[in-house]
Design a protein around this ligand. Structure first.
Ligand code: SAJ
Length: 430
């Protein structure tokens, strides 16, 4: 039976490689829609967890996993030979940066190699991992064609950027419009049909490169605008202007403006990484991405700026960073998440530690912290305070009792305006 027909009547067997915050929600949505889904992951713990009906991703309720597993619609395996039985395969593996800030496609290459070894005529292969324009055409397609099958003719190949926003209650895998771009029209059509069976809005584009570029524009847009607002914060501090008041007032403009906020730096697994995939590829084409590099420089300078502000705050009470007891509120990369990847709070803590500060922290989402020389446990908020010289709000989790902080601590450095423009004279904002 033609793949198109199999997708239409939900007979297509779907393989998802990479069962993380992108792959698991996708696998569960396809299984809930009635497809037979096999999740592939090298991490046996993830495989076992899913086969036992347990979800390890916050946005995916365990009951969704257990009921689709019980219904025989979802199973997981680390046995890549089963890729041969799939009609459609979605690759959702990480694309980090190397230490040299070059793209690290090693996970993608491993997954593509696993697919190539089992590739058969009629299969649809889709890459979802965020990557530079050209990856699908220049890396994935040649690798898959090594066995002699031709992309777009014997099998189908497309790129579709993941837009999962972990913890976002409004926008989920089902409700976020999905961009798809194939190596040819039939590949685009099949990807559109496949995702169209679980996602309301599908946006077909003319090529895999356009689809790859769409995602990079989306996230570079954020990184550059965060860099801009951080630069505005740096200059506003020099000019003794309250940048938070400026942004709030600018936000009253009903069109043509979108607020971003200064902070301790740029964390997460997307925004600090994706723009450097784009600038790396542009450089290969002889083009220097100055906005991306400048934003990276400014965002990267924010942890040191926070430490400067801590020094100023302590100096206002004739204290030095060296030997002071400094308590950090929030170490995750953004509010109300537990993810620590690229968290700027870690850079702030490292810099303070190097300057002799005695550190402690409270983050209910991060019970223990092991990073470089820093190894400590989160202190319950109610117990934080004894003998602390300065509190620093790095991540503005909703759960904190901000109103109590200016009374509880001799000094508070607020990098997120979490104290909402408090005028207490022991509160210092970016
Ligand atoms: N940040 C600021 N100021 C801002 C916004 C963010 O300093 O105005 C910081 C955050 O604290 C964090 C980093 O930048 O450290 C990234 O924050 P983010 O809000 O961009 O959150 P992410 O990294 O979770 O980005 C994801 C992205 N989603 C996908 O890639 C699918 C992004 O496109 C979303 O727009 C974003 O979530 C979101 O809106 O939550």
């Amino acid at each position: 039976m033609e793949l198109k027909e199999k997708i239409r009547n939900k007979q297509a067997r779907i393989g998802i490689i990479g069962l993380g915050y992108v792959g698991l929600p996708l696998a569960v949505e396809f299984a809930k829609a009635g497809f037979e889904v096999t999740g592939f992951d090298v991490d046996v713990a993830k495989v076992d967890s899913i086969n036992h009906g347990h979800s390890y991703i916050g946005d995916v309720p365990s009951e969704d996993v257990s009921c689709t597993v019980k219904a025989g619609k979802l199973k997981a395996t680390d046995d890549m030979s089963k890729l041969h039985d799939m009609d459609a395969i979605d690759i959702c593996v990480p694309t980090p940066l190397r230490k040299t800030r070059d793209p690290d496609l090693s996970y993608v290459v491993l997954a593509v190699d696993a697919v190539r070894a089992r590739l058969k005529p009629g299969q649809l292969v889709i890459l979802e991992s965020t990557t530079y324009p050209g990856t699908t055409d220049e890396v994935v397609q040649p690798a898959l064609e090594e066995g002699g099958l031709k992309a777009g003719k014997d099998f189908y190949l497309a790129f579709s950027p993941e837009r999962v926003d972990p913890g976002n209650p409004t926008y989920t895998t089902k409700t976020i419009p999905k961009v798809v771009g194939g190596v040819n029209e039939i590949s685009t059509d099949l990807a559109r049909d496949l995702y169209g069976s679980i996602i309301g809005t599908i946006i077909p584009v003319s090529s895999t490169q356009v689809a790859e570029m769409v995602k990079l524009l989306e996230n570079t847009f954020r990184a550059v605008n965060i860099g801009l607002v951080n630069e505005i914060a740096l200059m506003s501090h020099r000019m003794n202007i309250d940048v938070w008041e400026v942004i709030d007032a600018a936000s009253t403009k009903p069109f043509g403006f979108m607020p971003f906020y200064p902070g301790p730096g740029l964390g997460g697994h997307c925004i600090p990484i994706d723009p450097f995939y784009l600038s790396w590829k542009a450089r290969q084409n002889g083009f220097e991405c100055r906005f991306i590099e400048l934003a990276g420089h400014i965002n990267g300078s924010m942890p040191a700026f926070v430490v400067e502000r801590v020094g100023e705050a302590l100096n206002s009470q004739k204290k030095a960073v060296n030997g002071s007891r400094i308590h950090i509120f929030g170490v995750a990369y953004k509010k109300d998440v537990s993810d620590m990847r690229e968290s700027p709070a870690l850079d702030v803590m490292e810099l303070l530690h190097r300057r002799g500060a005695v550190l402690s922290y409270t983050d209910p989402f991060v019970p223990t912290l092991d990073h470089g020389d820093l190894s400590m446990k989160s202190v319950p908020e109610a117990e934080a305070g004894k003998g602390i010289d300065c509190a620093v709000i790095c991540t503005n989790h909703k759960v904190f009792d901000y109103a109590a902080m200016p009374k509880h601590f001799p000094l508070v450095v607020d990098t997120r305006n979490a104290l909402k423009n408090s005028d207490a004279d022991n509160v210092f904002r970016l």
